[in-house]
Design a protein around this ligand. Structure first.
Ligand SMILES: [Mn+2]
Length: 196
């Protein structure tokens, strides 16, 4: 018998700066033996150059992520240093242990919703410029929750009330809702939603 893959509903939407057709915000999702890995990054600036730097990070993360989030961020920092700067949210979801491990460097907002709302910690710093000593954060969950991560192209007061939508709202619906309601229209924007 083959192993049954646990299905996790996740989705992301990237919206470029209103005067551009490419974005310096991007999302990278990888699936390895330990679980799913998600990263949402926002390169400083926007337009073609930011897009190319984001593509570089996407490629680098895809090739180099080996289950160690701290090591990965330190490697990106060294690659970016003196070239470009970024903020990023990096997390690993180990669903059967009902746990996520994460590091969120800079100003990406990450909120977890069910009946109440929890903000995940941010670590001050800018990858490629100033990186503090990194420690992995842990969040344990007991029941189903909705995680939403947004870059600063989305108003930071974004809200999502699952009671309004009932549980049939997919991660795609949630992303569309957040983008339609809270997109600033002045910068690249990215929204990632995961039903955990
Ligand atoms: Mn931004």
């Amino acid at each position: 018998m083959g192993k049954v893959k646990s299905l996790i509903d996740y989705y992301f939407i990237i919206k470029p700066h209103p005067e551009m057709n490419v974005s310096g915000d991007t999302c990278i999702i990888l699936n390895n033996k330990e679980g799913l890995f998600f990263s949402l990054i926002d390169i400083a600036g926007h337009g073609k150059r930011a897009y190319e730097q984001a593509e570089f990070c996407k490629d680098f993360i895809t090739k180099n992520y080996d289950d160690n989030i701290i090591e990965l961020i330190e490697q990106i920092h060294l690659k970016a240093k003196n070239h470009f700067e970024l903020v990023g949210f990096f997390m690993k979801l180990i669903k059967h242990e009902k746990r996520i491990n994460y590091i969120n460097i800079g100003n990406i907002k990450v909120k977890i919703f069910n009946n109440n709302k929890i903000h995940l910690n941010n670590t001050e710093g800018i990858i490629g410029y100033i990186l503090p000593k990194l420690t992995l954060n842990e969040f344990n969950f007991t029941d189903h929750k909705i995680l939403i991560a947004c870059t600063d192209g989305i108003h930071s007061f974004f809200e999502f009330n699952p009671v309004i939508f009932n549980n049939n709202y997919s991660s795609k619906d949630i992303c569309n809702y957040v983008i339609n309601k809270y997109y600033k229209n002045t910068d690249d924007a990215a929204c990632l939603a995961i039903k955990i």
